[in-house]
Design a protein around this ligand. Structure first.
Ligand SMILES: *[C@@H]1O[C@H](CO)[C@@H](O)[C@H](O)[C@H]1NC(C)=O
Ligand SMILES: *[C@@H]1O[C@H](CO)[C@@H](O)[C@H](O)[C@H]1NC(C)=O
Ligand SMILES: *[C@@H]1O[C@H](CO)[C@@H](O)[C@H](O)[C@H]1NC(C)=O
Ligand SMILES: *[C@@H]1O[C@H](CO)[C@@H](O)[C@H](O)[C@H]1NC(C)=O
Length: 483
């Protein structure tokens, strides 16, 4: 947990004091099914720059892993499902531990080996290999003195549950629970490891959009869902999914196991029947997830329990098949700029945000936009769009830095605020993006109506702005925002 949000010494001390008890953390999945991805070395630089401290990869590629040498980033690596049959004997596992893993651990932090991903639901023909491979790898790690630092587990989808709603009915599928799940859970317990679940409110919503509110899938607390078994109200689908897992584990006698969300996220783009796959919702979902984790909120069944979650994914993967959304889970474009603002360091810690005007949001120029598109957007916003462009005129507080990026950001935000934070108003030919981070600096204040005492104040201000001279507007704006 990063102590980035202290404003006062007291907060700093509190934050430091909490550091030792707070364990929640956010990582990213680094899928590589794309033909245009940055080199692993570049990915390591992007991750460091973005303060990303944990990554999960889907194999044990030595070239990829060694790119993280000398960073503080810790990795989850994977034995792919098709390779599980090669890890059935101690000798095979020892060989891999000593020749592949051990040399890498000299310079790279590796915290967990995932022995297969969603094996029982994706490739059930390999499921017999999972537990023996987990055992032989853990034994190999123990012999190499690595078992204390590197855990062994396997990742499951939510599909291993027979029932997940209401959460208190959570139970593993009857047909796998005794023969497959029980021995794996017993083993996880025996070696002090964790249960890994890939949990996707997006998929649950898409499968049952008639019954599930989008707000609920996006952590917006205005929609609650009651668990009739416990009388607990759930405000998010992800915490309901997690509690279903906790209840299922409890029913197997393993309520003590910690759970890692090994994948979750929201796509930025989809087919025509996937309109909820968009930047807006992806930004909402992932920022609210970050807040849940950074806040150490836990779930109703495990209140306050630190949560470790991995956002899927670092980049879009253009070589994936299936629906358009499958290729668009990335948070970062291949040049390392993010498609939307993501509060990785937890500076806006607080209540969950909705991007429909209830939380404070701003619209700014996208770092990925060209000067040409920013110039066009700026001209539109200040002209036909009637945005308040007084503050970016020479001599006024938002004139410097004198760049298209900075001026477009101010103008875009003004236009967006006037349209009541309507997401459609933050587009400008794709050169704009919504953020929950206040872009104001020095005396240059970016308005946000959610920060004003009431919507009316801003409404009347914008009417006045249109009929007043730029200098006067500017003074009014300063006075209002200085209050
Ligand atoms: C349980 O697993 C069996 C076998 O994999 C599958 O056919 C069935 O649909 C599953 N049941 C549920 C409720 O997921
Ligand atoms: C935002 O508003 C749109 C249109 O009013 C609605 O369809 C959508 O569900 C809302 N999303 C959230 C997160 O509130
Ligand atoms: C974070 O914690 C505060 C105070 O405990 C709470 O009011 C807020 O809703 C929490 N936010 C999230 C996203 O859980
Ligand atoms: C865009 O313009 C700024 C000055 O406004 C300049 O510093 C920057 O290099 C330009 N970017 C590109 C990609 O041309």
């Amino acid at each position: 947990m990063i102590c980035a949000r202290f404003l006062l010494l007291l907060n700093l001390l509190l934050c430091l004091a909490q550091e030792s008890v707070q364990g929640g953390s956010i990582g990213f999945c680094y899928g590589r099914k794309g033909d245009n991805l940055p080199s692993p070395q570049l990915v390591a630089q992007i991750a460091v720059k973005e303060s990303i401290s944990k990554l999960r990869i889907y194999d044990y590629d030595q070239n990829v892993i060694s790119a993280f040498a000398g960073t503080d980033i810790s990795l989850i690596i994977t034995i792919p499902n098709e390779e599980l049959s090669n890890f059935q004997s101690e000798q095979q596992a020892d060989n891999w531990v000593n020749h592949v893993l051990l040399p890498l651990t000299q310079s790279v932090k590796i915290e967990l080996v995932t022995v297969g991903v969603e094996v029982i639901t994706l490739t059930p023909e390999f499921s017999q290999y999972v537990l023996p491979a987990m055992m032989s790898i853990h034994t190999g790690l123990t012999k190499a003195n690595l078992a204390d630092q590197i855990k062994v587990s396997t990742a499951n989808s939510m599909g291993v549950l027979q029932s997940s709603f209401p959460p208190s009915s959570g139970a593993f599928n009857e047909s796998i629970k005794t023969a497959y799940m029980q021995p794996i859970l017993d083993y996880l317990k025996a070696i002090g490891s964790v249960y890994m679940v890939n949990a996707y409110p997006y998929h649950a919503y898409m499968a049952e959009s008639d019954d599930i509110a989008l707000d609920y899938a996006l952590f917006d607390p205005k929609d609650e869902v009651m668990d009739s078994g416990t009388n607990i109200a759930y405000t998010s689908l992800l915490t309901a999914q997690l509690d279903a897992v906790y209840f299922a584990l409890e029913a197997m006698g393993h309520g003590e196991l910690s759970v890692i969300v090994s994948e979750t996220g929201w796509p930025t783009k989809g087919d025509s029947d996937e309109s909820v796959a968009n930047v807006q919702n992806a930004a909402t979902y992932n920022n609210n997830l970050l807040m849940l984790v950074q806040n150490d909120t836990g779930t109703p069944r495990r209140p306050g329990q630190p949560l470790n979650a991995y956002i899927f994914s670092l980049f879009n993967e253009d070589e994936k098949t299936g629906k358009e959304s499958e290729r668009n889970w990335g948070v970062f474009s291949v040049d390392g700029t993010s498609f939307y603002y993501l509060d990785i360091e937890g500076t806006s810690n607080g209540a969950p945000q909705s991007f429909n005007g209830t939380g404070a949001t701003w619209c700014v120029a996208s770092p990925a936009a060209s000067n040409e598109s920013l110039e066009a957007g700026l001209n539109y916003a200040c002209g036909e769009g009637n945005a308040d462009c007084g503050p970016i005129q020479p001599g006024n507080p938002c004139f410097l830095p004198d760049s298209y990026f900075s001026h477009a950001s101010y103008a875009y935000n003004s236009y967006y605020q006037r349209s009541g934070d309507n997401s459609a108003a933050c587009n400008f030919g794709g050169s704009a993006m919504i953020t929950t981070k206040d872009p104001s600096y020095g005396a240059c204040i970016y308005p946000s109506d959610a920060l004003l005492p009431s919507g009316n104040v801003y409404g009347s201000l914008s009417t006045r702005i249109q009929s007043d001279a730029a200098g006067l507007i500017f003074i009014i704006t300063l006075v209002i925002f200085a209050i």
